[in-house]
Design a protein around this ligand. Structure first.
Ligand SMILES: CC(C)(COP(=O)(O)OP(=O)(O)OC[C@H]1O[C@@H](n2cnc3c(N)ncnc32)[C@H](O)[C@@H]1OP(=O)(O)O)[C@@H](O)C(=O)NCCC(=O)NCCS
Length: 249
């Protein structure tokens, strides 16, 4: 085993995070704003947001976000991007008493190369946030420490993708697919391990610049793990998806 490999210790006392639901941009009963936010996780169901909602949120984006949105060829990915950025602006803006269109979007430096493509940041906001979007779902996390979130759709063929993960996670997914490991379908196990790993790497800010082979976050149903000073917890999302949040400390 390489010295680089990190092992997450299961936290059996942890329970999955049940996110707050962000239901609308129109009649904005805004997400809860709290002083000293600790950790807040919001989920939005893309199907709940019609074209009117989309247009309200799209108007909050800055020029760079509009350019980025228009670079998506697939309409469902473009829509997920726009709604995720609008939601993040609303959540961060509410927590900092700033209108969503006035949130100044930036990026932390990448811990790998020092260039400004690490975690997203809101200039002057004094809080950390992370976002994840996939067709169907958006997840936003805000915290007063570094945070990473990830939501993923179940893959059609988890075994084909399993070797992207840590070798022990690969074995667990293969064993579940072969029926030699109880305690969760291969698909669910893949999505657990992937979303935990990606939340952790997004929290660090390196993203997939660090090989997902290197860290064992597990495919089992332990809702929480501790790795290298980070606490990683599963997030409750609808059937067909998996999600996790990683918080420093
Ligand atoms: C971050 C990353 C894991 C996202 O993967 P994904 O599953 O496609 O997308 P998600 O929806 O879950 O997350 C996307 C969001 O993560 C955030 N993000 C991007 N890079 C990030 C990073 N390094 N750290 C933390 N968050 C990051 C952004 O807010 C992004 O949203 P946006 O594209 O709408 O602005 C992936 O894009 C990545 O790792 N990129 C960097 C890879 C790399 O090689 N970097 C160079 C290191 S020197």
């Amino acid at each position: 085993m390489s010295r680089d490999v990190a092992e997450a210790v299961p936290d059996r006392s942890a329970i999955p995070v049940d996110p707050w639901t962000l239901g609308s941009f129109l009649d904005t009963p805004a997400p809860r704003a709290e002083a000293g936010v600790g950790l807040g996780v919001w989920r939005m169901e893309i199907a709940d947001f019609g074209d009117d909602e989309h247009d309200v949120g799209a108007a909050w984006l800055d020029d760079a976000e509009r350019d980025q949105a228009s670079a998506y060829v697939r309409a469902e990915l473009r829509r997920a991007y726009v709604l995720a950025h609008a939601a993040a602006r609303l959540v961060v803006g509410t927590a900092t008493d700033t209108p969503p269109e006035k949130v100044v979007w930036g990026r932390h430096d990448c811990p790998g190369c020092g260039e400004p493509h690490g975690r997203p940041r809101a200039e002057g906001a004094g809080l950390e946030f992370s976002l994840s979007h996939t067709p169907g779902q958006v997840l936003i996390g805000i915290a007063d420490v570094a945070v990473g979130v990830d939501v993923e759709r179940h893959p059609e063929d988890p075994v084909a993708l399993a070797n992207l993960l840590h070798p022990r996670e690969t074995s667990e997914i293969q064993a579940a697919a072969n029926g030699t490991l109880d305690g969760g379908r291969a698909t669910v196990r893949f999505t657990r391990a992937w979303s935990r790993t990606e939340a952790y790497l997004k929290g660090i800010g390196i993203g997939l610049g660090r090989d997902p082979h290197l860290d064992y976050l597990g495919t089992d149903d332990a809702a929480g793990r501790v790795i290298g000073g980070w606490s990683v917890r599963d997030v409750i999302v609808p059937e067909g998806y998996g999600a996790a949040v990683a918080v420093l400390g």
